[in-house]
Write a protein that binds this ligand. Structure first.
Ligand code: PLP
Length: 375
């Protein structure tokens, strides 16, 4: 998709905010505990390579991604730190991962059996680093019983030329929930499973942002730090207090490209769903659902001149219309996410209006929006 470099609509990423969040977390961790910044999905929409650089400067010693291509992107950008692919990769890509020193998540024994065939065929000059994923209740991927885990450990012991047992981990499904009952069940299951390990691998990790912020009792020796690094509360609003203030790094800005005086009775946008009750000023903003600014946001608001302005009529693919309190000159700044004057619109506000979570909004902004890095 073409990037809109000639349109005044952009995501503004505050590197200082990213740095402050990550550094605050690094400084809370125990001395033997590392922070791997999670930069999947283009760094939650913030730009994976740029976030990785800031995270490294702030003390991150490795990275987690969801898919192999995201790991390769970081390697191509020159990052030599450990990178763990959290999702299931193709066994056929095991040699590529081994060559690139990218660590694979292993969720079942058959994956390793298949991968070992590819590793033997291509003889990469180093073993593949693997992290065994344990499903302690997330119900997504991973070994589910001590028997399954034992079989994997036996296999790893026998195939030490092909695989390096580098890590073991689990993922909590309710670490952002004030009710800790299910979390505690997962911790118990985790402890039962890791008890059979003959030795601890290099990385033992259980914490996403929520776990690291609110449950640091079982941090292991590495945390997979994601959403909070971007300045977003992992719980949304369910757990309002965090050990340090989270600073949101992402803003979304545009400009008025056209204004007009609408007469009472005149309508706006597809379907003519909005009709002006009285004469009013209306501005057009060059952003739409093709940018990831969801069509469901009709009726929500943006900020112009420090004032909330309602989005009137349907949001189009590339443009939307807002009601203005007065006429503004073309080129006046429009803030869709972030601060403008004394007021602010957060990703959480946008997510609430869309009945979803800020994660989905942040990584839903499309590549048509240029990312501009400030501070
Ligand atoms: C995405 C992900 C994380 C990071 O989660 P946040 O809530 O963004 O901190 C950590 N671990 C795994 C396995 C993940 O998939």
């Amino acid at each position: 998709m073409a990037v809109g470099q000639h349109r005044p609509t952009q995501l503004v990423i505050d590197c200082q905010a990213l740095h402050a969040n990550i550094q605050a977390e690094v400084s809370r961790l125990k001395a033997d505990c590392e922070l791997f910044m999670v930069v999947k999905a283009n760094g939650y929409g913030h730009g994976a390579v740029q976030v990785a650089q800031v995270a490294k400067d702030a003390g991150a010693t490795g990275f987690c991604v969801a898919i192999l291509d995201e790991a390769l992107e970081l390697r191509a950008a020159g990052f030599n730190e450990p990178i763990l692919v959290l999702g299931v990769t193709r066994p056929a890509d095991a040699p590529l991962m081994a060559q690139s020193r990218i660590s694979a998540t292993v969720a079942d024994l058959n994956w390793m059996r298949e991968a070992s065939r590819y590793l033997k065929l291509t003889v990469p000059n180093r073993p593949l680093n693997v992290h065994l994923g344990l499903d302690t209740g997330m119900g997504r991927i991973g070994f589910r019983t001590t028997a399954e885990l034992q079989a994997a450990l036996n296999f790893l012991g026998a195939e030490a030329d092909d695989f390096n047992f580098e890590g073991i981990f689990t993922h909590f499904s309710t670490a952002d929930d004030p009710d800790q009952a299910y979390f505690k069940q997962q911790v118990a299951k985790w402890q039962e499973m890791v008890a059979i390990l003959p030795f601890r691998p290099r990385y033992v990790h259980v914490s996403n942002s929520a776990t690291s912020l609110w449950h640091d009792a079982c941090n292991g020796n590495m945390v997979r730090f994601g959403v909070a690094g971007y300045g977003l509360n992992p719980s949304g609003t369910a757990i309002p207090t965090t050990p340090y203030p989270l600073q949101p790094a992402m803003s979304l800005e545009s400009e008025l490209v056209y204004t007009k005086r609408l007469r009472a009775g005149e309508s706006v946008s597809y379907g003519a769903t909005y009709t002006a009750p009285t004469d009013e000023w209306v501005g057009t903003v060059p952003i739409g659902y093709a940018d990831g600014y969801e069509r469901r946001l009709q009726g929500f608001h943006v900020l112009v001149g420090g004032q909330f302005c309602e989005i009137i009529g349907r949001i189009c693919m590339d443009q939307l219309m807002i009601r203005l309190p007065q006429n503004f000159v073309r080129g006046t700044r429009v803030t869709l996410v972030g601060r403008n004057g004394q007021r602010q619109i957060t990703l959480q506000d946008v997510a609430d209006y869309c009945d979803t979570i800020h994660y989905e909004i942040a990584c839903g902004f499309t590549s048509r929006l240029p990312r501009r890095y400030v501070n």
